[in-house]
Design a binder for this molecule. Structure first.
Ligand code: HEC
Ligand code: HEC
Ligand code: HEC
Ligand code: HEC
Length: 435
């Protein structure tokens, strides 16, 4: 006789089967691969790939806009991409940099795709220059720094290192190839941050949208016999902190042939001036906001990699935040003219200081200590003036700081002139030579 199955047993078995089925289903769902978002990468990019066209296969919009930096040729009132000779624009520069490379050739900068041509063609470099001059010019650097180390890279002569430099600035100077994250690639920046106890890996995304530019758009110097690329940031990145650093390590780039002062040449401190509490920096704006505005390609949005003067297309750059583009571009014109005029007065004061010191140094019985003080004042004035002169925006990146620094520079230059007169012991009667 068949034993009657109790309804309780049937219910239990049914529940057990259902539980197993649900667990099985959940397991099946979980072990499915993640759905692919967007378009999968078309090609694998090796970690140190110097050739931007390889990256361009995966990122055609960024690549094609990056290539446009080769074609820009528009000149703006104070900048732009036309490589005009600044020594003709302002002949006083030759006196200020006499017997230094910059007094031979100093052109307006242009787009990233020209970086190698321009560093090789400038009269400031020769085959025996330091390899360090390639530090901010090429996508090959990442591989070379990794293989030879930063010290060997710097001490290799320009002409020798140049044989391995084939690619201008490229994607690998700013991006990690697997995640496309923004990264610090220049060992000098990595070291400078470390000295300040900072780790860029903890920086926010918005901070990185400025810090990547600091791989190159900063003041630097060549340290020691090996010409190692170094940022003068141990005390901080404000001008007074940089000046104090150079005094502490007793560094100078050259001795001025006319005044005899130990000089510092400043180079494009765009990052330092911008981050010195400028209105935009304090408001959380980054370099990329103005120089790499978002652009639409159908439904997709990407960062325009054609880095150039934002004044060429202000609706796309300033217009993303400001309602009146006319008002803000007029402000730029006013600010730049004010900075230019103020810089003009500083240059006149510097030329007077140089001529007075040169005259004083030939006067019999001149006080050597006072003369040394005058020379140091010349150095301190000119490095401040150059901080604003070499900066790329004619003061726009930080108008109030630019005008403050120029005011101090003019005062120091006039002090240098008075100190030189004092050193002669002849009062204002000395006949200062004219240039
Ligand atoms: C608020 C917008 C803004 C921000 C932020 C900004 N810039 Fe600029 N930048 C400008 C303007 C405006 C100019 C002046 C362009 C001109 O005169 O043609 C300029 C000029 C430049 C130039 C020279 C361009 C040329 O045509 O030669 C460089 C290089 C530059 N900036 C780099 C930077 C870097 C690096 C940062 C961040 C540290 C930065 N900028 C942040 C607006 C900005
Ligand atoms: C000088 C530095 C620099 C170089 C060189 C550079 N990029 Fe970028 N790239 C940036 C910055 C800054 C952003 C914005 C990142 C953000 O907002 O987080 C960006 C964003 C991107 C993004 C993210 C999507 C977008 O458009 O915002 C991609 C993809 C990209 N870049 C690809 C490239 C490729 C490909 C190259 C070479 C052709 C390249 N980049 C060269 C600085 C650079
Ligand atoms: C690997 C070094 C490097 C990095 C990183 C870099 N730049 Fe440059 N940049 C240069 C050099 C070198 C030039 C000048 C090239 C020339 O004149 O041949 C330049 C020129 C420029 C110019 C002038 C272009 C023109 O047409 O006049 C702008 C604007 C600019 N850079 C913005 C930026 C911004 C914004 C960033 C960060 C997102 C950045 N750069 C990151 C090296 C770099
Ligand atoms: C990402 C947003 C953003 C972009 C892009 C931007 N600005 Fe601004 N700008 C600001 C903010 C925020 C302020 C602070 C003023 C405020 O809070 O109203 C400001 C202030 C200013 C001021 C007043 C400065 C002062 O010291 O009071 C001027 C002038 C200006 N911007 C010009 C420009 C120009 C020119 C451009 C394009 C080259 C530009 N801005 C691009 C956000 C931006």
């Amino acid at each position: 006789m068949i034993k009657k199955i109790s309804p309780i047993t049937i219910l239990s078995v049914t529940i057990a089967i259902l539980v197993v089925a649900v667990i099985g289903l959940l397991w099946f769902i979980q072990s499915q691969p993640d759905p692919i978002r967007g378009i999968p990468p078309l090609t694998d990019i090796s970690p140190m790939e110097p050739d931007s066209s390889v990256w361009g296969v995966n990122f055609p919009n960024q690549y094609s806009t990056f290539l446009l930096t080769a074609e820009n040729n528009t000149r703006t009132a104070f900048a732009g991409s036309q490589p005009f000779q600044k020594l003709e624009w302002d002949p006083r520069l030759v006196t200020l940099w006499v017997n230094y490379g910059f007094s031979k050739d100093y052109k307006e900068d242009r787009g990233h795709m020209h970086s190698i041509t321009d560093v090789e063609e400038t009269l400031r470099t020769t085959d025996t220059s330091a390899g360090t001059c390639y530090s901010c010019k090429s996508a090959n650097n990442i591989e070379l720094w990794n293989e030879m180390g930063a010290a060997k890279f710097a001490s290799t002569p320009f002409g020798v290192l140049g044989k391995q430099i084939t690619e201008p600035i490229g994607c690998v100077n700013c991006h990690d190839s697997t995640s496309m994250r923004l990264v610090v690639t220049n060992p000098a920046l990595e070291n400078a941050l470390e000295e300040q106890g900072k780790d860029w890996r903890t920086f926010s995304r918005q901070e990185m949208r400025s810090l990547v530019c600091a791989n190159c758009h900063v003041e630097y110097y060549f340290a020691g016999e090996g010409n190692l690329l170094t940022f003068p940031w141990d005390n901080g990145t404000k001008i007074e902190e940089i000046a104090a650093y150079y005094q502490e390590i007793e560094f100078s780039d050259w001795v001025h042939a006319e005044s005899g002062a130990n000089m510092i040449k400043m180079q494009h401190p765009d990052y330092e001036l911008f981050t010195a509490d400028s209105t935009h920096y304090k408001a959380g704006v980054a370099c990329a906001d103005c120089h790499m505005p978002y652009t639409k390609d159908g439904a997709a949005k990407f960062s325009n990699h054609n880095m150039r003067s934002p004044l060429i297309e202000p609706e796309a750059t300033c217009g993303t935040c400001h309602t009146s583009v006319t008002y803000v571009t007029e402000r730029v014109a006013i600010i730049q003219q004010q900075v230019w005029d103020t810089m003009d007065a500083t240059e006149d004061a510097l030329v007077d200081a140089i001529n007075t010191i040169a005259t004083a140094s030939e006067v019999a019985g001149v006080d050597p200590e006072l003369l040394a003080e005058a020379r140091n004042l010349h150095r301190e004035s000119q490095l401040r003036w150059d901080f604003i002169s070499a900066e790329s925006s004619m003061g726009f990146h930080n108008p109030s700081e630019a005008l403050r620094i120029l005011a101090v520079a003019t005062d120091l230059a006039r002090q240098a002139q008075l100190k030189a007169i004092e050193a002669t012991g002849q009062g204002l009667d000395i006949q200062v030579r004219t240039p």
